[in-house]
Design a protein around this ligand. Structure first.
Ligand SMILES: [Zn+2]
Length: 278
């Protein structure tokens, strides 16, 4: 377990974990039911319908019945805030002068939620939606990851995944993503294709973030984060990432674990943005 509290939190985090499926609260479902009743000439009070639906367990949890576990900041939200907060500070400083860095939004959810790119489900896994500049993290993905890792470095693997998604945000706000995706060669596949290079650059960017917090004494050993990258690759981070296709409607292919580690290390060891060119 790395010592994340040393970083200090921050960032724009929206916690949707206590909400029902798709992050839709009881009032919206109640509103739909009221409309449906209206169609049959029956008028009903939306608040009353919502209450009935919630007590009947039809709508998942409304805000008033939100699981107490997710009220306020729990340790997971604090962890996410430490990672995203330190990343925001790093990228704001690094990109100042080139661009006024607009930090990403982070949505925490379980099972499914609505994103600016469509419906995000557990099958999609952690991903970034360029349209609403938001990173979507399904906590159940990390449950699986931690379980498969047997408890070791699960948190470091999560932080790496988050930093990789921030990497895509940086590519988006700096115009790299658009430029690459508009290149006719973007359609090509293969280990040196533009789409793979975009992925590997996000790994290099994750390495830059890790370098920026190196002296904060977060990591207990130097190998900790490389082990986490291998583990994330082993449990199917690439596979999970590849399903981002359906979310972004973008052709998405990936580098091997070895390529990912090599790219990550370029950022991690140098701390130089110039080392992470496409
Ligand atoms: Zn990616």
């Amino acid at each position: 377990m790395a010592l994340w509290d040393k970083l200090g939190g921050g960032g724009n985090i929206e916690d949707r974990r206590g909400m029902g499926a798709l992050g839709i609260g009881g009032s919206l479902v109640a509103g739909i039911v009221v409309l449906a009743l209206g169609y049959f000439g029956i008028s009903a009070d939306p608040a009353l319908v919502e209450q009935l639906l919630v007590s009947a367990g039809v709508t998942g949890q409304s805000e008033s019945t939100q699981t107490s576990e997710f009220k306020g900041q729990d340790s997971y939200e604090t962890f996410a805030s430490n990672v995203i907060g330190s990343s925001n500070r790093y990228w704001s400083k690094t990109l100042s002068g080139n661009t006024d860095y607009q930090t990403p939004r982070l949505v925490l959810f379980r099972n499914a939620t609505q994103s600016g790119c469509g419906i995000a489900t557990s099958e999609v896994g952690p991903h970034y939606c360029p349209l609403d500049k938001t990173i979507y993290l399904d906590e159940t993905f990390f449950d699986v990851l931690a379980e498969r890792l047997g408890g070791s470095n699960g948190d470091v693997a999560q932080a790496y995944v988050m930093a990789h998604e921030v990497g895509h945000h940086v590519q988006n706000v700096t115009g790299i993503m658009e430029r690459v995706q508009n290149d006719p060669a973007y359609e090509q596949t293969g280990s040196n294709s533009l789409s793979v290079r975009l992925e590997l650059q996000a790994d290099c960017y994750a390495g830059l973030w890790a370098n920026s917090i190196k002296d904060a004494g977060v990591f207990e050993s130097d190998n900790e984060i490389q082990e986490a990258i291998v583990a994330a690759g082993d449990v199917g981070f690439d596979r999970i990432q590849s399903t981002t296709v359906s979310v972004n409607s973008v052709k998405w292919t990936h580098g091997s674990s070895a390529q990912r580690i090599e790219s990550f290390n370029r950022g991690w060891k140098s701390g130089q943005l110039s080392q992470c060119s496409l």
